[in-house]
Ligand binder design. Structure first.
Ligand code: XIL
Length: 365
């Protein structure tokens, strides 16, 4: 199907070239020559990740950023056609929403939410409490415990209330645990103490009792010290009656380093057995740092996407599969690692990769 289509396009292109040559040789170079349509190999709306996910009552999502959304038609088209869930990449973080104390800027977040609304997409609010993306007034302010609690309470109330009715899923606390399972040092843990976790969830619940509230982290997808620590932390919260509804497994992995799918399954099972919901929240698969030919690496990448989606779909309470972007053109990975990579399901020219078709086939079944 795809090949035939491409062959057709190729023929069209050759015909246009021919026409251009004739026009030029007839001395009519000023004639407006229509251009061939851009290559359109993306599946039609009935045959999309979104349509198959929807049929299963499942969410397939991606992070989105305002810059690309405003500048690129292809970005908007694919975002709306292929996904029924969206996570703002940076627009809802602390530094973006409260750049000055008490002054809130929700414009970029609102742009994304408006797009999601028009296209009936769920938004995952991301995030309320993190050790990164803090505004400088907060980092340099030397606040007392009481002051910082007031600041965090006000921030959570303002942001969650602003999106009440529009956003019903929040990553309340992001990345609070170290790889060895200990509590990460951050402004929140140092000044407020470990209790900041319970408080954040209680305040988010106060601002929107309807919202489902998540703890979100990386490197805690499979079994090990970190996922044990997350498990015990959320179990403790539930015992104390803290309003937590779910755990987000980020899934930033690579073709040479990823958790065994059976471990991810076991982890999802133990979390959901507690009554929690689980979502894969930020998946991407780095293909650098591997010496195999690129086609093999792309196949390995597709296999990891396939396995992780199948694993999530195997548990009813694993309700969403969200990637940290969809096109290699806008992945955060090159910025974070310092070298080019191809961790997502569309290439930098918006062509679907083997990983796209792997996900499509899993959702179709
Ligand atoms: C990243 C964004 O993608 C970057 O654009 C930004 O510079 C830094 O943050 N885990 C998370 C996300 O929870 O918020 C991070 O997003 C990626 C890692």
């Amino acid at each position: 199907m795809r090949l035939t289509h491409e062959t057709l396009l190729h023929r069209t292109f050759v015909s246009w070239l021919f026409l251009i040559l004739i026009a030029t040789s007839c001395g009519q170079a000023s004639v407006q020559v229509p251009r061939p349509k851009p290559v359109q190999v993306a599946p039609t709306p009935g045959n999309t990740l979104r349509s198959f996910a929807q049929a299963r009552g499942f969410y397939i999502g991606t992070t989105a950023n305002v810059g690309a959304l405003q500048k690129e038609q292809q970005y908007r088209n694919i975002l709306a056609a292929e996904f029924n869930m969206m996570t703002p990449e940076v627009s809802m973080k602390f530094d973006a929403t409260e750049p000055e104390q008490g002054h809130y800027t929700f414009t970029n977040g609102d742009t994304l939410v408006a797009f999601a609304k028009v296209h009936s997409m769920q938004v995952r609010g991301h995030n309320l409490v993190w050790y990164l993306a803090l505004p400088s007034w907060l980092k340099t302010g030397h606040f007392t415990r009481e002051e910082l609690m007031t600041i965090l309470h006000a921030h959570i109330l303002a942001e969650v209330s602003h999106y009440r009715g529009e956003i019903n899923i929040w990553d309340v606390v992001n990345e609070a645990i170290n790889n060895d399972g200990s509590l990460r040092a951050s402004i929140w843990s140092r000044v407020i103490g470990p209790n900041f976790l319970d408080l954040a969830f209680r305040w988010a619940h106060e601002a929107n009792p309807q919202a489902r509230l998540f703890y979100n982290d990386y490197g805690a997808e499979g079994l090990g010290q970190k996922s044990d620590a997350v498990y015990h932390m959320v179990a403790g919260m539930m015992k104390r009656g803290v309003p937590i509804n779910g755990v987000g497994l980020q899934m930033h992995v690579s073709v040479v380093e990823y958790p065994p799918p059976q471990d991810v399954l076991a982890n999802i099972r133990r979390l959901t057995a507690m009554g929690l919901e689980v979502q894969i929240t930020e998946m991407d698969v780095k293909i650098q740092n591997d010496h195999r030919p690129v086609q093999e690496r792309l196949a390995a990448e597709a296999q990891i996407y396939r396995d992780m989606l199948s694993t999530c779909l195997a548990v009813a309470r694993c309700t969403a599969f969200v990637m940290w972007g969809f096109t290699d053109r806008h992945s955060w990975i090159p910025g974070a690692t310092g070298h080019p990579d191809a961790p997502l399901i569309y290439d930098a020219g918006y062509q679907p990769k083997p990983a796209y078709f792997a996900l499509l086939n899993v959702l179709k079944q």
